[in-house]
Design a protein around this ligand. Structure first.
Ligand SMILES: Cc1ncc(COP(=O)(O)O)c(C=O)c1O
Length: 418
């Protein structure tokens, strides 16, 4: 296996840590070492590992047959549970990953509008679909002017039309974004927005930016696609409930599968009709052998039922405690670092300046290297976390876990300094 595993995100130098088991807030590696898991598989495990209710739901589903060449009631139940939470979710379709969900939402937008371009923000990650793999982490020499960002390919294999058909917006610059969008308005099918984009820096979108984008979309019949693969956990009605906007289509993944492979597109009935085989209008073929797999659907429903408003409130409170603990540890170290985030999500930055967009949040390669070293060092102090400093709380964590994070970070920082 190239790199020794099957997922670039979880590769670590000199080799990845292999997980053997998970239990509640703990991850146990192949050497038997137990640590507090602040990765929670990049937010997919909102209730930690092997939650008894999720395990029971998945086990019941498997015992009844793990997949069929037919739909099951379980997909209707999860679709209904999602629609009850978010007013804009008039209809739902399931797939197996967030990447697939983004791809299907973009295809739906193209079929519905008859236009081909999409817009996304510089530095925002929306999975591995070609048209959103543009300007995800552009280097300094490639980016172009701040108010007119260049579309930078993800690598040498990028097809040229991907670059011309993906329009790049500067995050949180309402005036520049509106100007860029207006220049492409006749060709634009959709704008893809994550209001708390993790890889960009976990910086919240400003109300001004979001309303400028929403206004543009409405005025020009361009679809607003909300990517809530991570940010859905911010509110019972998802990120759009938290940030107060209504998306035409929303992309979901991670937590709604209860720890099993999942993706979903939810949104306006007239747009979702492109997936309806009975329609004679624009049609998007949407097959997938394991779509709406009953094990995923059952586990996802159990996870969603456990994610009550009270559960979200305590997740968020603990997230706030983690950010405080991180701030304290950074303060004691004297390093010009900071932490961003919202609710149950946090991200450590090895830079001092104000965080506004991708460019202001981008650390130098040296600073990013130090952060990776410290996050790797946390392994020695009982904490498992993403090497880029991204973490989250789960509903099975407690204050002691947050305190431990602060202690471990302080210890890793002073071990590195000595
Ligand atoms: C915001 C966002 N969108 C889409 C994706 C892609 O989801 P998946 O990894 O399930 O393909 C991710 C994955 O991390 C994500 O963070």
């Amino acid at each position: 296996m190239p790199g020794g595993n099957t997922r670039s995100t979880v590769f670590r130098e000199p080799y990845p840590v292999y997980a053997a088991r998970g239990r509640g807030s703990r991850i146990i590696d192949a050497d038997g070492v137990e640590r507090i898991d602040f990765s929670n598989n990049y937010t997919a495990l909102v209730h930690g590992h092997a939650h008894p209710r999720i395990v029971a739901a998945a086990r019941r589903a498997i015992e009844g047959g793990s997949c069929f060449g037919a739909p099951t009631e379980s997909e209707i139940r999860l679709a209904e549970a999602l629609s009850e939470r978010v007013p804009s979710f008039e209809q739902v379709r399931f797939m197996n990953s967030g990447t697939e969900a983004v791809m299907m939402a973009v295809k739906a937008a193209r079929a519905f509008t008859g236009r081909r371009k999409i817009a996304k923000c510089e530095g925002a990650y929306h999975g591995g679909y070609d048209f959103v793999e543009v300007s995800v982490a552009p280097g300094e020499g490639q980016r172009g002017p701040a108010r007119e960002p260049a579309a930078v390919p993800s690598g040498p294999g990028t097809w040229p039309s991907v670059i011309t058909d993906t329009v790049i917006l500067p995050f949180n610059d309402a005036a520049a974004a509106t100007r860029i969008l207006s220049a492409h308005r006749r060709d634009l099918a959709a704008v893809v927005i994550d209001p708390l984009p993790n890889r960009l820096g976990l910086i919240p979108a400003s109300a001004e930016f979001l309303s400028a984008v929403a206004r543009f979309c409405k005025a020009n019949a361009v679809l607003l696609i909300s990517d809530e693969v991570i940010s859905f956990r911010l509110h019972p009605a998802g990120a759009q409930g938290k940030f107060r906007y209504a998306a035409d289509l929303t992309v979901l993944g991670k937590l709604i599968g209860g720890g099993f492979p999942v993706g979903a597109v939810a949104g306006r009935e007239d747009i979702m009709a492109v997936f309806d085989p009975r329609e004679t209008g624009p049609l998007v073929a949407h097959a997938g052998t394991l779509n709406a797999n009953p094990v995923t659907m059952a586990a996802g429903l159990a996870a969603l039922e456990l994610l009550t408003p009270a559960a979200i409130a305590s997740l968020d409170e603990l997230g706030g405690r983690c950010r405080e603990e991180i701030r304290r540890a950074i303060g004691a170290s004297g390093l010009p670092w900071q932490v961003s985030g919202m609710g149950s999500l946090f991200r450590i930055h090895p830079i001092p300046g104000p965080l506004r967009d991708y460019r202001s949040a981008r650390a130098t390669p040296d600073a990013a290297g130090v952060l990776t070293t410290i996050m790797t060092g946390l392994l020695n102090f009982g904490v498992f976390i993403d090497t880029g400093g991204f973490g989250c709380t789960s509903t099975v964590m407690d204050e002691g876990n947050a305190t431990h994070l602060g202690w471990a970070l302080a210890a890793a920082l002073s071990a590195d300094a000595s």
